[in-house]
Design a protein. Structure first.
Length: 374
């Protein structure tokens, strides 16, 4: 079945008790057992297993083409579970430009806990080969990356990881399973912040890890999910699953709008660079064309007038809301360097745009007015 169909049907079955077509929301934290303590219906306690979470996990695993999935309370909790499933002394190789929270997590929690971390430029395969030493157990990648949309060759990096017996995990939040299928490109794990495109409406926090194969390593992630308890709430699972129903169609709109806006922005004299993997001028265009079915709804721009011009443009936007996060139906704009703080490598002339589903002419007009008043 194609992804539009799986997005609507995977994990959902009409409720056996009522025939409800839309999944019921089960708020119960506990489930009735047999006299001998067994629970043949599969549920005993909310943290271990819950019907709304099972529906979401089945759907996510179907969308990514994996065998197993675990839903968490946030993308950050999902990411943490992957690192915690390693052992102290193991090495992780991660990109310099991973989501800033992932970098901070590695530096401030996982390194003190005992992981060895090497940061590398994942678009430079010679650098990746040098970084992936025999003690490496996990190679983390995120593509397109944040905020300059750099594109990593997933097949090549996964092969480098596998040469030393390491796992390869891909944060697929920005591309979504609609545009990029990391398992078919050789990855072992896929991670999502479902807060973004999967939820799609900027009203729910969530995350997930999906395993290409059921494995001992994935068992450990499940164990961390149950024992650590950072699980998604029933209503959050319900909202994310509802959001996923329209994901493939929303992605078509995000991609079409972002492509039009990127091409328009590239022609504006006040703009020095547009970072969008669908532009032939972008460094990742060739690889993105191979491994993605379209180029996504995220882009960033650098202004010729530096930080001052970037602040002024952000101040002049009316339709694009000045807010962090991404992947919702509404367009957002953000000065990333300010948000990322003092360790940032992001140029201060840069603005990141999450291109929403408004009419493209209105979005272009908003940018045009803001640029003309610089
Ligand atoms: C937002 C985001 C995260 C973190 O997810 P939360 O749900 O905010 O915890 C991780 N990776 C990427 C690429 C993100 O955009």
């Amino acid at each position: 079945m194609e992804i539009e169909t799986r997005a609507i049907h995977a994990g959902r079955n009409p409720d056996p008790a009522t025939g409800a077509v839309t999944p019921p929301l089960y708020l119960s934290t506990t489930f009735e057992r047999e006299a001998d303590g067994s629970y043949p219906r599969g549920y005993n306690y909310i943290r271990d297993r819950h019907p709304n979470r099972v529906m979401l996990e089945e759907c996510l695993q179907s969308l990514e083409g994996g065998e197993v999935a675990a839903a968490f309370a946030s993308g950050s909790a999902a990411t943490t579970s992957v690192f915690q499933a390693l052992n102290p002394g193991d090495r992780v190789v991660a990109p310099h430009d991973a989501y800033s929270g992932t970098g901070a997590l590695l530096r401030s929690l996982m390194q003190p806990w005992g992981l060895n971390v090497t940061f590398a430029d994942m678009t430079n395969l010679a650098e990746v080969k040098a970084a992936v030493t025999p003690d490496t157990r996990l190679v983390w990648l995120e593509t397109p990356s944040n905020p300059t949309l750099k594109v990593t060759d997933i097949c090549e990096v996964a092969a480098i990881a596998h040469r030393v017996g390491a796992l390869c995990a891909c944060d697929n939040t920005w591309a979504t399973p609609v545009l990029q299928q990391p398992f078919t490109l050789g990855c072992d794990l896929v991670v999502h912040s479902t807060t973004k495109y999967l939820g799609g409406h900027s009203d729910v926090l969530g995350g997930a890890v999906i395993g290409g194969k059921d494995s001992e390593f994935f068992e450990k992630i499940r164990h961390i999910q149950h024992l650590g308890g950072a699980v998604a709430s029933p209503f959050d699972c319900w909202l994310i699953l509802r959001g996923i129903s329209t994901l493939p169609y929303r992605m078509k709109g995000h991609c079409a709008n972002a492509a039009r806006l990127a091409a328009w922005l590239e022609r504006q004299p006040a703009i020095a660079r547009v970072h969008y993997p669908g532009l032939p001028s972008h460094s990742g265009y060739a690889i993105a064309t191979q491994q993605m079915s379209d180029f996504g709804g995220m882009l960033s721009i650098e202004l010729k007038g530096g930080k001052k011009a970037a602040f002024a443009m952000a101040a002049n936007m009316k339709l694009f809301r000045r807010a962090t996060s991404l992947g919702g139906v509404e367009s957002l704009i953000e000065h990333r360097a300010s948000v990322e703080g003092k360790n940032t490598r992001t140029p201060d002339s840069l603005l990141r745009l999450s291109v929403g589903l408004e009419n493209i002419n209105d979005l272009i007009e908003d940018c045009d007015r803001a640029l003309r008043s610089l």
